[in-house]
Design a protein around this ligand. Structure first.
Ligand SMILES: Nc1ncnc2c1ncn2[C@@H]1O[C@H](COP(=O)(O)OP(=O)(O)OP(=O)(O)O)[C@@H](O)[C@H]1O
Length: 265
């Protein structure tokens, strides 16, 4: 049998979601958040989950993180079924104040490393290294209250990336930012990706943000979320944002999301 080619190796999915149905059981109701959702994520994908409010984007992300188990279907990371949270999947939550105010920036970034058994000096060195990558080396000895919201967000990303996860999970990380800072953060994320080529699953309900951030976009239908389409947007970056092609793709997605009369927010 011939040896597998490099191309074949590159085409092996890092994460596979296969017919995933996710539900919440409350005292009175059974809420189906997503129904029969399938997708593959490949190394270095910037994979965006896009859809209207309540379509189950955050729930899917929680399932990838291992906080929720599918009632039907499976999610596999490197072939292993996800059954619990792990340091191989790091979540960056939308709340900014997730940093410990009594620890310096560097100590915040080193903290999860220390909790996972990395020695003090190595944790410190890795924290400094990743802070350099997010342009915050100068602020490594500052405390969170001395930083702007955008800088805190960068520290939160650095803290997750310090763990060298297989996948970074971001749930509307820029939702609370003003427009200018949001644009800057999007750009910084893309620049960071250019440097490090990490794999990220990014939840948003902004079509423009999805097209800008994502190289692949999974468009979900309104509640309960089902796959409407999977799109490639790999040829777009900030310089394309006002361009005709960019706007055409945004328009196409807008049409998909409004198809059945449900606004996409
Ligand atoms: N803890 C919970 N208990 C019961 N139902 C829940 C819970 N969390 C979410 N849901 C329901 O599951 C569905 C999907 O919610 P989810 O938060 O995943 O959607 P979303 O697409 O991320 O929405 P948004 O863009 O508004 O954040 C919704 O109908 C929501 O009301």
């Amino acid at each position: 049998m011939p040896a597998p080619s490099c191309t074949a190796a590159a085409l092996t999915p890092l994460l596979q979601a296969d017919s995933v149905t996710l539900q919440y059981k409350t005292r009175d109701h059974l809420v189906t958040a997503t129904s029969d959702v399938s997708f593959d994520i490949y190394p270095a994908d910037r994979f965006v989950l896009l859809g209207p409010s309540g379509c189950g984007k955050s729930t899917l992300l929680k399932a990838i993180a291992g906080f929720i188990r599918p009632v039907r279907g499976t999610i596999r990371l490197k072939g292993q079924q996800i059954t619990r949270p792990g340091p191989d999947r790091m979540m960056v939550f939308q709340e900014f104040d997730q940093l410990m105010p009594w620890k310096t920036v560097r100590q915040n970034v080193a903290f999860p490393l220390r909790c996972n058994g990395v020695g003090t000096s190595e944790a410190d060195a890795r924290a400094l290294d990743v802070l350099g990558k997010v342009n915050l080396a100068k602020f490594s000895d500052a405390y969170p209250h001395m930083l702007s919201g955008g800088m805190k967000q960068r520290v939160a990303i650095a803290r997750a990336m310090g763990m060298r996860p297989d996948i970074l999970l971001m749930d509307e990380p820029y939702a609370a930012l003003d427009a200018l800072t949001r644009r800057k953060m999007q750009q910084e994320l893309l620049e960071l990706w250019d440097d490090i080529r990490f794999t990220v699953v990014f939840v948003t309900h902004s079509i423009e943000e999805a097209v800008l951030i994502g190289n692949r976009i999974l468009v979900l239908s309104p509640h309960p979320g089902q796959v409407k389409a999977e799109l490639n947007a790999h040829h777009f970056d900030a310089s394309h944002q006002g361009g005709a092609e960019f706007q055409t793709l945004c328009g196409r997605i807008h049409h998909m999301l409004f198809d059945d009369g449900q606004p996409a927010h």
